[in-house]
Design a protein around this ligand. Structure first.
Ligand SMILES: [Mg+2]
Length: 351
């Protein structure tokens, strides 16, 4: 049964996303000025809410639940979840993702647009946890999930590596994760054309061996002003934070948040990968209690994880876990208002 790993992955993403969100798009320097304490939430009076990253992870989990990983059914149900999700007017959504979902609404059979943004990576950790033991099926599910929104093969390779990372984390929770083994394994899932990502992953291994911090590693990649949403920027930095602290949720998430930039997505990914290994017990209690979320709260994620683990164990699709539509509308209204307040706040000092 994968319940512990699935719940740890979803909740780990939610908490990381919520911690990183106020800092999204800020340079490390400005983020430290505005939000000095890396241990607390700053979104809404000291509480946290999560963004599209966690929502995509939950939609992917629901799609696995009702399709039992059958590729055609998975594509159909995930496509519809993305369509309805866009109608909820999520803020701070990537351009490729919004364009391609509009295309889905107009009935395009190939909905993705040419982009190597990190959007598909948000849907990858849960796929890796659930189907990492079936490499061909995982590859197929990652292809489907990626091409719904992103067509540049780099997006697919990045998502595949993130999925594999989550699988390695979940699978090895009872033993020490060896750096060299993990690097070799991650590279082995890539096709020969993925040379650039291949050498970036090798670079991650060498950097950690040399005891470099994740921040210093990011600076070496030319990302000292923050991690961008480009897949080949996001993935190596996320892998670096994870492999630096594979058993320490707090340290791994803080290491990637300190790098600035797309902090909600990078912290969600690191949180999802480490969470799959340490489970919900490994996520700091005060952080789990600090979320202000409904109807998709941590308990709802536990129900989803429980049902998905049962479905996978019995090879039987199940009904999705219900969500109150009115609850979602009210939640999104509040969320969007707070995001606008943060955008305005950023116009003011300290700069
Ligand atoms: Mg986000």
């Amino acid at each position: 049964m994968l319940e512990r790993e699935i719940v740890g992955c979803l909740q780990g993403m939610a908490v990381g996303d919520a911690l990183g969100l106020p800092r999204e798009g800020l340079s490390p320097r400005r983020a430290a000025l505005l939000f000095p304490n890396a241990n607390r939430f700053y979104f809404l009076f000291g509480r946290g809410m999560f963004s599209d990253d966690t929502e995509h992870a939950c939609m992917t989990a629901q799609s696995l639940l009702v399709s039992d990983g059958d590729p055609a059914r998975f594509r159909h149900t995930l496509g519809w979840r993305l369509r309805w999700w866009l109608l909820g007017m999520p803020l701070s959504i990537g351009r490729a993702t919004s364009k391609s979902i509009v295309k889905l609404w107009f009935g395009a059979s190939l909905s993705g647009v040419w982009s190597a943004g990190n959007g598909p990576a948000m849907r990858a950790p849960i796929l890796g946890v659930c189907f990492g033991n079936q490499p061909d099926r995982l590859r197929e599910l990652i292809r489907i999930s990626t091409q719904l929104t992103h067509l540049d093969p780099k997006a697919q390779w990045g998502a595949l590596v993130i999925a594999r990372a989550a699988y390695l984390a979940a699978q090895s929770s009872d033993r020490v994760l060896k750096l060299a083994e993990a690097v070799r394994d991650l590279i082995s899932v890539l096709p020969a054309e993925a040379v650039e990502l291949f050498s970036l992953i090798e670079h991650v291994g060498l950097s950690i061996e040399a005891s470099q911090t994740t921040e210093a590693f990011a600076a070496e990649l030319g990302l000292s002003r923050g991690i961008s949403g480009y897949m080949l920027h996001t993935v190596p930095v996320v892998l670096h934070a994870w492999l630096s602290f594979p058993d320490d949720y707090r340290a791994a998430v803080q290491a990637v948040i300190r790098c600035g930039g797309d902090a909600d997505s990078t912290a969600a990914l690191v949180g999802g990968i480490v969470g799959a290994r340490v489970g919900k017990e490994g996520i700091p209690q005060e952080w789990r209690r600090g979320l202000c979320e409904w109807p998709r709260d941590l308990r709802w994620m536990e129900r989803l994880g429980h049902r998905l683990a049962e479905a996978l164990a019995s090879n039987q699709p199940r009904k999705s876990v219900p969500l109150s539509i009115f609850g979602l509308i009210a939640r999104n209204l509040l969320f969007n208002m707070v995001v606008v307040a943060h955008v305005l706040r950023r116009l003011l000092p300290p700069y």
